[in-house]
Ligand binder design. Structure first.
Ligand code: NAI
Ligand code: MG
Length: 356
């Protein structure tokens, strides 16, 4: 297979973890006889500094001519006082919207050797393996009118049938690749948009007779997510509920440095990025945990390129390296020598070599 990958390292630890993610991608290419052409582009603060634009047109063109996009992280104190059009985060929102990346996928799974890092009890987290599928380009964050005065404010929650159908289909398709269960989360006892959402899920489930479907109200789903998270497989939900629930779910495994994400559309184009930010407090020291970035590569292999075996090999390497007790500073115990970003990735590369 031959694919073009746009790499947008961004700011802070973004370039540090992206360098290692690309190294892993190259090893996968060598091992499995694929050619991945990587080309670099500017986004976020780095792009503001060079082009006075958080998402320059050269970057959009690069992504348009690529099969998938890998992104590090954007932002940092240097740009915090900038006007809103020149903020690094603008670049991120703009790229998601430009490419109509309507489905945000966030897997959350317990890593057996890291269960101690979770603030929740071991018996609650040890079987967790879920995928949150959040609608990303509609709903309250994009509804018009949206305005405020000193005396009143309005936000609008709109969903069209088409917007709901495509995210629901995505969720069902993903459940097929996993444990075959969908939990649709809404607030159908109150919101009209949720009533339509629930109706469409009911219609769609006829097309997926192999999938178990349940509906949950968002408030009780929020509770179950930390009291009994192992009951979930795929959670499908609208933009704002998904924003809140996915951050809640991210504490289950205990470390931000572990969580990858994908934002995809139906034709396979996707943007893959770690959930964490640019971590200015540890940037430039070579100590950042590259696991989330490397697992984002695994998601890209699986969801954009259909390379399941290759993705599984990367995931397995990450789990094995943790099991062997190798950690970066964010996860290492007090008496343990923490590996640098590069040293930890060396272990992943060795492990991928060993698998064959
Ligand atoms: P953050 O995720 O950058 O950092 C939170 C804490 O976790 C810090 O103590 C950091 O050192 C640690 N951390 C995060 N990722 C790590 C990793 N891979 N290895 C080791 N430690 C890690 O969130 P924060 O501090 O709220 O934001 C910092 C900057 O990042 C801000 O400018 C923010 O706007 C931006 N940001 C960007 C995101 C993105 O590009 N998708 C997402 C979240 C924040
Ligand atoms: Mg959020």
């Amino acid at each position: 297979m031959e694919k073009r990958v746009a790499v947008l390292p961004g700011d802070g630890i973004g370039p540090e973890v992206m360098a290692e993610a690309v190294r892993v991608l190259e090893v996968v290419g060598r091992r499995f006889n694929h050619t991945f052409h990587t080309e670099y582009g500017l986004i976020g603060g780095a792009a503001i500094d060079e082009k006075n634009n958080p998402l320059p047109k050269e970057t959009i063109e690069l992504c348009e001519s690529s099969d998938a996009i890998l992104l590090g992280a954007v932002g940092g104190p240097k740009w915090d006082q900038n006007p809103s059009e020149l903020r690094p985060e603008k670049g991120l929102l703009a790229i998601r919207k430009h490419f109509d990346l309507f489905a945000n996928l966030r897997p959350v799974a317990a890593v057996p050797s890291l269960i101690h890092a979770s603030p929740l009890k071991e018996e609650i987290v040890k079987e967790v393996d879920m995928l949150i599928v959040r609608e990303l380009t509609g709903g309250l964050y994009f509804g018009k009118p949206s305005r405020h005065t000193d005396q009143s404010a309005v936000d609008t929650l709109v969903y069209t049938r088409e917007e709901i159908e495509r995210i629901v289909d995505k969720g069902f398709e993903l459940a097929r690749l996993r444990k075959g269960k969908v939990t649709s989360v809404d607030k159908a006892n109150v919101l009209e948009s949720s009533k339509l959402w629930r109706k469409i899920v009911e219609e769609k489930k006829v097309d997926y007779p192999d999938i178990e479907v349940e509906h949950q109200l968002v408030d009780s789903a929020a509770m179950k997510l930390i009291t009994n998270p192992s009951v979930f497989d795929v959670i499908i939900t609208e933009n704002m509920f998904g924003d809140i629930l996915s951050d809640e779910a991210s504490v289950i495994t205990g470390s931000l440095g572990l969580l990858p994400s994908a934002s995809v559309r139906s034709d396979g184009l996707g943007l893959y990025e770690p959930v964490h930010g640019s971590a200015p407090d540890v940037a430039g020291q070579g100590v950042a945990n590259p696991a989330a970035a490397i697992l984002s590569v695994a998601m890209m292999l699986k969801y954009s390129f259909g390379l399941e075996t290759e993705a599984a090999a990367v995931e397995k390497a990450v789990n094995t390296v943790f099991e062997e007790g190798h950690f970066t500073a964010d996860l290492a115990g007090k008496d343990q020598r923490a590996l640098s970003t590069k040293e930890w990735t060396d272990k992943i590369v060795d492990e991928l070599d060993l698998q064959f």
